[in-house]
Design a protein around this ligand. Sequence first.
Ligand SMILES: [Zn+2]
Length: 250
Amino acid sequence: MTSRLLVRLDDASPFMNRDKWETMEAILDKYNIKPIVAIIPNNKDKEVSFEDYQETFWNMARSWEKKGWNIALHGYDHCFITNKKGIVPRNNYSEFAGVSYDKQVEKIRDGYKLLRDRGLEPTVWVAPAHSFDKNTLKALKQNTSIEIVSDGLAIFPYLSYGFKWIPQQVCHVPNRSYGVWTICLHPNNMSDKDFKIFDKDISKKLETIIDINNIKFNRFKTVVDHLFFIFYILKRVKRQIINSLVKGRR
Ligand SMILES: [Zn+2]
């Protein structure tokens, strides 16, 4: 049994660090890797704004789609307005979780339209900070043709809440013997060293790389997925305890 790897790039927008994204694109092109690229339709978040607005970003995004990259709707403005975790309990801040259904519909409808007006066809949902709730999924279902969610903690893709889920578990190239692993990268924040490491690591795994068109969604979560979820949460709690002990000693 072998594992399969999928690449996801987060926080593309007209305010992104263009040089870094071009560096990432060159690496992916070299190996013919087609990632999911999460685009913020109306980026208002200073934390993910690195340059002045670039209108030419939209040409670049259309060229990504043309060569087979999968466009994901990455929220609306990427601003966190609640302290709710939502369905995937990874962060307690959100643009969506805990927000009223009507407001979520507005954000999703407007974001989806913004991308489509630019000639893009988003096929995947990527929530900023992994946080969203059942109302987000309902709003997506009723206002878009998106069927795939890139998120969740599991070993294999699964069906849930009427959507096809591709779990997102790691932020580096993993060494795993089985499962489907989404590597989430933030090119805006990567250093030259990070790009070199990614290039080297991914070059050793080329036969295991897939894109979303290779994925079969024919199962629900199993006990193995639930165990992975528990393992992930326990590991995180352990890390938080160690961090607080280290801080306490300072
Ligand atoms: Zn983001």
